[in-house]
Design a protein around this ligand. Structure first.
Ligand SMILES: *Cc1c(COP(=O)(O)O)cnc(C)c1O
Length: 419
């Protein structure tokens, strides 16, 4: 459920008419709903009410906007970060360092030491090599790094190849059959407190079975690590729960996920960490765009909008589907190709899509753009970065300024020897 709906024939975000935001902030613009973010945060937490000891760490990469992080911080969420850039955002949003988890396959030495300095709650170590480097850096700083070892459970998440992370040939984590040996080797270093294991098998998962298989494998590993004399107090179950991009898509609910987790982990006797991203932020945002013009096509007309693949990359990157709807629907429908202005055929949001009838100058939204939307933007074609707005009831605020293409050009220079 979200808070983007028609009121008197005009789409609103909560109680703010979208044409007002377009008027005041311009288009394209991302619009987030605070009520939706809070609702999703609550639903996910309530779904885990049978898990006694837990930390919910929002996957910052899905939507790193400071105001979004602040909303979630107020909901008691921590953060899962994959760079120190994200860690700084989580800290700036007021998240306690102990509630920050640092994941990612290529953490640099500088990032590791900055995160140690900040006193973050857990490093999810992705390789033996990274663990050794962290141990060395922590020792030199006189610190102990709280760590979990990320396991690659060799489970096919059944999602898009580019967002699958738990198959044996993916770059993430250590192979599960070598985990015991690597764990033992890293645990012997005093400057790391290797207290658990972590897993994250992919994103936009449409069923629970692959997650359950991964968690069961992890449970077996925990037993065998304990058998080898290790103390396991924390297990990080990652994120990955999918969201409905298409009306009527059937996906596992947070409640079903929570029930499965409670069942599989009931004897583990650990503190669990969760890293949801998309399921919290996805349906809490839309990308508001204006139709530049409608061009006749061979079969269907092209609806050319002012948003493009640089603003919302998912369709070009993964062939992803985003619902597309008029802000002030006329009641009539059309079949159209919905495209952006960028000089790439990949800048296509949909071909042959049945949608509201649109004309030049009309406003429309791409739905479910709150996760992996603004954060994946680029400035390709010398387009700037779009603004982001947060709505709360009948008020709204610009929570990220539009960065004009000219500001990006201002950071470039022609050297003297070329002038
Ligand atoms: C991307 C990512 C997540 C979040 O995934 P969602 O599908 O958005 O829930 C969680 N943990 C890690 C390690 C990630 O890389």
């Amino acid at each position: 459920m979200d808070h983007f709906a028609l009121q008197d024939g005009v789409m609103h975000a909560e109680d703010v008419p979208l044409p007002r935001i377009a008027e005041e902030v311009g288009t394209p613009v991302y619009v987030y709903s605070r009520a939706t973010l809070e609702r999703h945060a609550r639903v996910f937490r309530d779904a885990l009410s049978d898990v006694p000891d837990k930390l919910i760490a929002f996957a910052v990469k899905s939507n790193p906007n400071l105001a979004v992080l602040k909303v979630l911080q107020k909901q008691g969420y921590g953060a899962d970060c994959v760079s120190v850039g994200e860690m700084r955002r989580a800290l700036a949003a007021g998240m306690a360092p102990e509630m920050i988890v640092f994941s990612g396959v290529g953490k640099t030495a500088r990032e590791l030491s900055e995160a140690l300095e900040a006193g973050i709650g857990q490093f999810n170590i992705e390789s033996e090599e990274e663990g050794l480097e962290l141990a060395k850096i922590a020792a030199s700083m006189g610190k102990t790094a709280q760590c979990a070892l990320r396991i690659n459970p060799d489970v096919d998440a059944g999602t898009h190849d580019k967002i699958s992370t738990g198959k044996a040939d993916n770059k993430f984590g250590v192979p599960i059959d070598q985990a015991g040996q690597i764990f033992g080797m890293l645990a012997s270093h005093d400057s790391v407190n290797l207290r658990g294991v972590a897993v994250h098998i992919g994103s936009q998962l449409g069923e629970l079975a692959p997650l359950e298989r991964a968690f069961e494998k992890l449970g077996t590993l925990v037993k065998s690590l304990r058998g080898a004399g290790h103390t396991i107090s924390h297990v990080d179950l990652g994120g990955g729960l999918g969201v409905p991009y298409k009306r009527g898509d059937q996906l596992p609910s947070p409640a079903e996920y929570g029930a499965m987790v409670a069942r599989v982990t009931k004897d583990w006797g650990v503190s669990l960490i969760f890293e949801p991203g998309r399921v919290i932020a996805g349906n809490a945002g839309v990308l508001l765009t204006r139709v530049v013009r409608v061009k006749r096509g061979l079969n269907n007309p092209f609806v050319i909008v002012d948003a493009a693949m640089n603003d919302l990359a998912r369709p070009a990157l993964y062939g992803a589907y985003h619902d597309f709807a008029a802000v002030e629907p006329r009641g009539a429908q059309m079949t159209a190709n919905i495209v952006g202005p960028i000089c790439e055929t990949g800048d296509t949001f949909a071909m042959g899509r049945e949608c509201d009838l649109l004309e030049s100058g009309d406003l429309a939204v791409f739905r479910t753009a709150g996760a992996y939307g603004a954060t994946m933007a680029s400035s390709y074609n010398s387009r700037g970065f779009v603004a982001e707005v947060l709505v709360d009831g009948d008020k709204f605020a610009v929570v990220a300024d539009r960065i004009e293409a000219s500001a990006i050009m201002d950071a470039e220079r022609v050297p003297d020897w070329l002038a």
